[in-house]
Design a protein around this ligand. Structure first.
Ligand code: SF4
Length: 295
């Protein structure tokens, strides 16, 4: 196992000393990160040819906390570029094609389009979600890998005597999401997700970058500080493809059996997920296996 210091061309301490405060003051120019990302990725692929897992040593955790604090006022593009600089080619992204994921994909396409991006294709996704994958690929040339569970939906439902999402949704999420995420992040050092702090109480404490204890890798949340309005402003300004279900009362979209449109008066954008049960997350963004959410 190695610490971040062993992977980066600059040690955590050296990086802090040389760049502290600079990124926070920078005005982000997307073009700058496009070039930086592509060049960095090319160089780093050559240098980092042998995978060794990261180790969450106390100095490394301290380094991540410092970097996260420093990136608090950085733009999402700068945070993505940070991820590419430090962890490519062992950087990945998981997306459920939510508005946040689509925005990050549009940024990633400019900064580091070679990044491996995957979707947890549970077999229960809406057709509109599956179609969005192709729309993104056409617009940005980013092909999202659809990871599928070992058993098809019919095989899985026969095995469990019916749809498990009705009787044991935690197990269903574990089998059809968590296990796939474990596959997607295999031999990776860092993963990006589209969570925002204002989405839920669970997510309110998410750092910009931090150690993901569940999956044993660095977790990067470029949009942690963005609001829902920020996301939609970017989508509309740049004509980023998005799921048409959002225009039909679905602010948050997961698998069709566990997602409904929000009702009038419901202010929580995730209130249509696992409606009628105590479950609020699928387990991707929480430590406990029994709860946990969409990406
Ligand atoms: Fe199963 Fe529902 Fe979880 Fe999808 S969201 S994996 S259908 S329990």
């Amino acid at each position: 196992m190695v610490s971040a210091a062993g992977l980066s061309s600059r040690s955590p301490v050296g990086k802090r000393a040389s760049s502290s405060g600079v990124l926070a003051r920078e005005k982000v120019e997307t073009g700058k990160y496009e070039k930086a990302g592509k060049n960095m990725l090319k160089d780093l692929v050559a240098v980092r040819s042998e995978f060794r897992p990261l180790e969450a040593t106390p100095p490394f955790l301290e380094y991540l906390a410092d970097e996260s604090a420093r990136l608090e006022s950085a733009s999402p593009e700068a945070i993505i570029a940070w991820g590419v600089e430090h962890y490519a080619p062992y950087l990945t992204m998981a997306t459920a094609f939510g508005p946040e994921g689509c925005v990050i994909l549009s940024m990633l396409a400019r900064i580091a389009p070679e990044t491996y991006v995957f979707n947890l294709d549970t077999g229960y996704q809406f057709q509109q979600t599956l179609d969005l994958r192709d729309r993104i690929a056409r617009k940005y040339g980013v092909e999202v890998d659809m990871l599928q569970p070992e058993l098809t939906v019919p095989e899985y439902e026969v095995k469990h005597g019916g749809p498990l999402y009705k009787t044991n949704p935690n197990q269903c999420c574990f089998d059809r999401k968590i296990k796939l995420l474990q596959t997607g992040v295999r031999e990776k050092h860092a993963w990006m997700s589209g969570i925002r702090r204002d989405q839920s109480a669970d997510r309110a404490r998410a750092p910009i970058v931090g150690w993901d204890e569940k999956f044993h890798l660095v977790k990067i949340s470029p949009l942690a500080n963005w609001t829902k309005q920020d996301v939609w402003k970017r989508i509309l300004a740049e004509d980023v493809p998005y799921n048409p279900l959002h225009d039909q009362g679905y602010p948050s979209i997961g698998c069709w059996p566990c997602t409904r449109a929000v009702l009038e008066g419901e202010s929580d954008e995730r209130s249509g997920r696992w409606s009628g049960s105590a479950k609020t997350e699928c387990g991707l963004h929480t430590l406990a296996e029994q709860d946990g959410s969409g990406i």
